[in-house]
Design a binder for this molecule. Sequence first.
Ligand SMILES: *Cc1c(COP(=O)(O)O)cnc(C)c1O
Length: 407
Amino acid sequence: MNSQIEQHYLMNVVERPAPVMVRGRGSYLWDESGKKYLDFVQGWAVNALGHAPREVALALARQAELLLTPSPAYHNAPQLELARRLCEHGGMTRATFCSSGAEAIETAIKICRKWGNRNRSGAYEIISAQNAFHGRTLAAMAASGKPGWDALFPPYPPGFSKVAFGSLAMMASAISASTAAILVEPVQGEAGVIHPGVDYLRGLRQLADAHGLLLVFDEVQTGMGRTGSLFAFEQAGVLPDVVTLGKGLGSGVPLSAVLVNARADVICPGDHGGTFNGNPLMAAVGCAVLDVVTRPEFLEWVRLRAQQLRCGLDQLASRYACQTRGQGLLQALVLETPMAEQLRDHCFDRGLLLNAPRPNVLRFMPQLRVSADEIDSMLETLAASLSCVLPAFQPSAGVSQPSTAVA
Ligand SMILES: *Cc1c(COP(=O)(O)O)cnc(C)c1O
């Protein structure tokens, strides 16, 4: 029945398993047959507070009774409050809102181009990283470095160049008179959870300063506590000029943001906008999410659970000759062989939802209030699936012990 509906009416934008999800609560999802799934995908790192969080339901219900939207032509209280709180927490000056991560990136691109036009004699080029993911509008795709995307929808808007992620030397040599900005994810998410190290992020700040460029951090996936601090850049001790937020900011509702410092504060009336941008319904949710994630014990919990998850994954990695990498509750298991999708499907059948962003990478992005028991239970199911799908690691001659990357 569902597969018939999909075949006839729904565009096939992504391969999906057949079950239809009908209900969620915390770390669990249920399909229409009543089967329960332990969810370590959480809407692709969206549901920071888990499925159907009470705080979000209450904020939606309260705001829906008060005001859905007065239009962007008039102020609304939740938008003003969310802007103030995000700027204060992020050390930035001003915020603007939209509905998706890709739109936040579009906005950031406009800011870079306008800034370059004014301050760097018309420089418009943005240097981003190979394998980066910044969303699926045409300009966001042009800024992304996902393999195979070049061929999908040419011609793309010009003005984007790519260098290897993690190399300051490559970044430095790509900078020219037409460069306006550097754009990177502090941890590459879709590329398979690649942490470049704090020295890289610091080095980018120095390069941007030395050449007079804007530095943009795309924190759509890493922001809102996912990596153990409210923003991932805090752990590197650097401040960007522009930050994009999405995913966890709305914890399940469409809400994204762009924050700028005084230097990058170039947007004027007429430059940008959108019918739903900054609507009070979504902004009220953003405030409710911030209430939770800015409690000091909340981030402490994220760091403790992250340690437990990483430790458990490290144990499995040493048994199966794989590697682990990641930061906070954004972790990955990197396999020796391209078996990630097979493992994901095996786990799915056993009621565990995992994501395979690359043929050899499994990604773990539980809700940030995940319990110790839920992590243990995930590790147990994963271990069982690994033992079915992968041969155990034989520590014999010629095979070196697997090592682990950045914690
Ligand atoms: C998901 C993601 C985006 C795109 O967000 P959408 O809401 O899907 O448009 C952009 N950047 C990063 C780093 C992401 O992880």
